[in-house]
Ligand binder design. Structure first.
Ligand code: ATP
Length: 275
């Protein structure tokens, strides 16, 4: 795990995700509420408790990153927010409304879109056909297929190509485009870096400022901690379904992140550890 230097990325501050920016973004009284709120969420897969009373609050305009090792429960959390798993306990509120029992398709049309782990494109369909699927029940908003082609410069020329023929990074871009054309308010990104070379990952994450500039809020899941720290305005670490650390990236130390990620006992101050 690399040192989380330069965390909180400059552009997140510019985008109004600093405390000051947050209050600026909130503006009126309604904007002081979180756009997405997860309270004491517990999810089981059979006997396995994948999430154990996990809570989080995501405010408009934030990039909220969930980090954690394999099996920490990150995907389960995103999938439950999208409505693909039912929690055994806890609640999900979105835009002030209780969404806990709402069907996945209604969550999507209300403005929650997910880029799933592993992309899940229709490989035998073309780039444009995959984007059209994303636009089927689109809300009104700034994102169109044309706008996605502007965001990813290579895509227009290759719109008639089957997505199975694309590289992993190109497929990830189509998956992001497919979510964007639905014009969500909250974009759930499940491990964009999975299986991609670091340079490709950086290129994909470099698109985030342009995506945020259209007013989106992002909740992302990453195993790549340094990447998450680079882009996040808020960080939460999961370990075996529990929250082990939470805060702004600038407020947590690399040692704390490492301890939370691997489940190590936090280092004591030298003075405290002396007999
Ligand atoms: P990864 O990065 O490996 O995807 P994760 O942090 O996203 O890890 P989850 O995929 O949410 O973790 O998995 C949490 C736990 O739940 C793991 O022990 C996993 O094996 C289990 N699990 C996840 N999905 C299911 C499922 N559909 N059925 C049974 N067990 C599951």
């Amino acid at each position: 795990m690399s040192e989380p230097k330069g965390r909180g990325g400059d552009w997140t501050e510019e985008r109004g995700t600093s405390d000051e920016g947050r209050s600026r973004l909130r503006g009126g009284p309604e904007a002081s509420e979180p756009l997405l709120e997860v309270s004491e969420l517990t999810v089981h897969h059979g006997q396995l408790r994948a999430l154990d009373h996990v809570s989080l609050r995501v405010f408009p305009g934030e990039v909220y990153a969930i980090i954690g090792a394999n099996g920490a429960g990150k995907s389960t959390l995103l999938r439950t927010i999208a409505g693909l798993h039912q929690p055994t306990d806890g609640a999900i509120r979105y835009d002030g409304k209780d969404m806990t029992k709402v069907r996945p398709e209604r969550r999507a049309t209300a403005g929650i879109a997910m880029v799933p782990e592993g992309r899940r494109l229709f490989g035998s369909l073309t780039v444009e056909e995959n984007l059209q699927i994303g636009a089927t029940y689109a809300r009104k908003g700034p994102w169109t297929i044309e706008r996605v082609y502007e965001l990813f410069g290579w895509m227009r020329e290759r719109r008639a190509q089957r997505t199975a023929q694309l590289s992993g990074g190109e497929q990830q871009s189509v998956a992001i485009g497919r979510a964007l054309v639905a014009n969500p308010r909250v974009l759930l990104l499940d491990e964009l870096s999975l299986g991609l070379a670091p340079v490709v990952v950086q290129r994909i994450y470099a698109m985030l400022p342009q995506i945020l500039a259209t007013g989106l809020t992002v909740l992302l899941v990453e195993q790549d901690v340094s990447q998450a720290l680079r882009v996040a305005s808020h960080l939460q670490c999961l370990l075996e379904g529990h929250t082990t650390l939470e805060g702004r990236p600038s407020e947590v130390t690399p040692a704390q992140v490492e301890a939370a990620y691997f489940g190590l006992a936090p280092e004591q101050d030298e003075e405290e550890s002396e007999p």
